[in-house]
Design a protein around this ligand. Structure first.
Ligand code: A3P
Length: 345
């Protein structure tokens, strides 16, 4: 009897053990086959992907390791020769606007396997000395890439510099132009904050924002103040439109890029005719930073530098209202021209 009970117990234990081992083996097999770069959330199915494989992305994905080295600017001479890597002129430029979120946009687009970023602001078209060095100098500043990748650079000064549209047009009249904007008063305060921080670093004193933004003799908005002028987006855009049709521009909502970057990035992917590859997996909210950070893969992620996302000084609410009223008609015109409307006051 005792022997029979023991045998029954052994049998039960054997069955349970087999089940447990089976489950563990199944899980291991599943995890092993999962592609860790798969997005956590499916990409919005309402957006039809653009024509696939204008860029052979599959080839690129096999070369992820090399891509990573490319992104860090570490491709070796041997790799450059073996993989036919080239330095290409940009096919798209983030031309501005300063403090609109230009760095975040460039870094986030660089998550796309078909995009390679020029890490530094090159200032080729807005700086006469650099421009005089010629187009080969500019190309030499570009990162190595596979021939079917697109290179993107950003220099926010381009947007507001008189000579730049004509110079870019001469290089490539069909180039794609990205402009990232924020609510104009917030952008002006952000611009001021950056300058203020620079002064403080050098132990220099600086005026209050209110003093710079308002002309004390008229009590009106001081249109000579650069931070104000830069936020009159329509004035600058109109200069660009003398050279490029409006279809060649894409306006990015810099305020939404802060709070919900993925939809903005998907719009850019479409504008650049790239298959949708940036996913929610690539973007995670970092509560300490208070911003979205970037996840390239299971081991490599990064947040933007601390100079992005500064705390702005308090501004007198009456000055804020005055500025908002001042920008209002320019904003309306900007919406009209670009076809993109924002909820700016
Ligand atoms: P603030 O410093 O005013 O917050 P730019 O790169 O053109 O100089 O723009 C800087 C702005 O990018 C920052 O302005 C910040 O708000 C915004 N930004 C957008 N996305 C960001 C991100 N993921 N991390 C940090 N800053 C981001």
């Amino acid at each position: 009897m005792l022997f029979k009970q023991q045998a029954l117990l052994r049998q039960k234990l054997f069955v349970l053990g087999s089940l447990a081992i089976g489950s563990v083996l199944y899980l291991v097999a599943r995890v092993g086959t999962l592609d860790r770069l798969q997005p956590i959330c499916p990409i919005d199915s309402r957006q039809p992907p653009p024509e696939p494989e204008q860029i052979p992305l599959r080839t690129l994905q096999f070369k992820r390791g090399l891509l990573h080295e490319l992104r860090k600017g570490n491709a070796t001479k041997e790799q450059i020769r073996l993989h036919n890597l080239v330095q290409q002129l940009p096919r798209a430029i983030i031309i501005g606007v300063r403090k609109g979120g230009t760095r975040a946009l460039l870094e986030m687009l660089n998550l796309h396997p078909a995009v390679v970023k020029a890490s530094q602001e090159i200032h080729f078209f807005d700086n006469d000395q650099n421009y005089a060095r010629g187009i080969d100098w500019y190309r030499g500043k570009m990162p190595f890439s596979f021939p079917h990748q697109i290179t993107i650079e950003k220099s926010p000064a381009y947007f507001i510099t008189e000579e730049v549209p004509e110079r870019i047009f001469k290089m490539n009249s069909s180039i794609k132009l990205l402009i990232i904007v924020r609510e104009p008063t917030t952008r002006a305060v952000s611009d001021y904050t950056q300058v203020l921080e620079g002064k403080e670093r050098k132990n220099k004193t600086y005026h209050k924002f209110e003093k710079l933004a308002i002309d004390s003799s008229t009590c009106e908005v001081n249109t000579k103040y650069k931070a104000v002028r830069t936020s009159i987006y329509t004035k600058h855009l109109e200069r660009w439109l003398k050279y490029f049709p409006v279809e060649q521009f894409h306006i990015v909502d810099g305020d939404r890029l802060i709070t919900d970057p993925l939809p903005e990035l998907q719009l850019v992917e479409r504008f650049l005719n790239l298959p949708s590859r940036i996913s929610q997996y690539n973007l995670y909210f970092n509560a300490t930073r208070g911003f979205y950070c970037l996840r390239f893969n299971i081991v490599f992620n990064k947040c933007l530098a601390g100079s992005k996302g500064r705390i702005h000084p308090e501004v007198d609410p009456s000055v804020v209202t005055k500025l908002q009223k001042f920008f209002h008609p320019f904003n309306q015109k900007f919406y009209q021209i670009t076809g993109r409307t924002f909820n700016w006051p």
